[in-house]
Design a protein around this ligand. Structure first.
Ligand SMILES: [Zn+2]
Length: 318
């Protein structure tokens, strides 16, 4: 099948009820969660996940050490929770900031700081990015392109984050398949290829979205193992494949969640072992589906290579 699955995981310090940050900062969801639970599962399926790393993770030597020695294939990218990086860095009780609300100069400095932290940790630049709370705005993509990123994955189709305080992050009508975005309008596709590819999170309209009155109230369907059943999760994948197969280009699925979700008590989503295990089992079911369908699980930046404009593949004269 001409299709790819990305599993892109926002990786943060340990949190808890109401997304409250555990203090002093702890990283069990990296050192035990990623290394002990997630990566062995991906390795079992020959899958390559993308771990998008928040500043506090990049600043934690034990986390970096642990990530550096992961077995199997994995991509590391960057994830901005602006509270944790200068200018004006602090340890928040909750990570509530949307980067689109910072003055452009501050947003740029924070992205630069995050990128420098990544480079300090791994000795190379990150190629993939997701904003904390999906909060990119009119300036974000230009800054990311300038910093050498190849893929952004902040666009969350069907979602409008205005009510939570980010009117710039309205992706209600954004495409669900990868596209080259118009930089000041991240939810809209440009007509020409550009330096930065948008790989949106796979979020589909509810089956009831067209029904009058009810339609506006029903929730969209995320390709996300956090809740529901494995059948529901695979149903979202099947529906997106059915919508775009046979249109002459690969279909890309992008499943997101957080590293803290698969550990008991470290996010609002898994209060105990059973709930954490259930999330991991739904992820395993999605990986098994991908394997059975011949869908390769690749990193976010691999998608940029898949969609590289044909002219850039033509050898250039020296
Ligand atoms: Zn986050």
């Amino acid at each position: 099948m001409d299709a790819y699955l990305c599993v892109s995981i926002d990786c943060e310090c340990d949190k808890g009820e109401g997304w409250r940050v555990k203090k002093p900062l702890r990283f069990a969801a990296v050192t035990a969660g990623i290394a002990g639970r997630l990566q062995p599962l991906f390795a079992q399926f020959g899958a390559k996940p993308t771990y998008l790393l928040s500043p506090e993770v990049l600043r934690d030597p034990a986390s970096v050490e642990c990530l550096t020695h992961l077995k199997g294939s994995a991509e590391f990218g960057a994830h901005l929770h602006g509270e944790f990086v200068a200018p004006g860095a602090f340890e928040p009780d909750e990570t509530t900031a949307f980067q689109c609300n910072y003055p452009p100069k501050i947003e740029r400095q924070k992205l630069k700081g995050l990128t420098a932290l990544f480079q300090g940790a791994f000795g190379r630049r990150p190629r993939s990015f997701r904003a904390g709370r999906f909060g990119i705005g009119a300036h974000s993509l230009k800054f990311l392109a300038e910093l050498g990123y190849a893929v952004d994955s902040s666009v969350s189709p069907q979602k409008d984050w205005t009510e939570l305080g980010a009117p710039a992050a309205n992706f209600r009508n954004a495409p669900t398949q990868p596209y080259w975005p118009i930089f000041p309008l991240p939810g809209q596709a440009a007509t020409e290829p550009g330096p930065l590819l948008e790989v949106p999170v796979t979020i589909l309209p509810s089956c009831l979205s067209q029904v009058p009155l009810i339609g506006a109230k029903v929730k969209p369907r995320w390709l996300r193992p956090t809740c529901g059943t494995a059948d529901r999760l695979i149903g979202v994948a099947r529906d997106e494949l059915a919508r775009f197969q046979g249109m002459g280009r690969p279909v890309v699925l992008n499943c997101m969640f957080h590293n803290v979700e698969i550990m008991p008590g470290l996010s609002p989503y898994a209060k105990n072992d059973a709930e954490a295990d259930a999330i991991l089992q739904r992820l395993a079911a999605l990986l098994a589906f991908a394997r059975a369908e011949g869908i390769a699980v690749v990193g976010l930046s691999d998608i940029a290579d898949v969609f590289a404009p044909a002219e850039s593949l033509v050898p250039q004269p020296a």
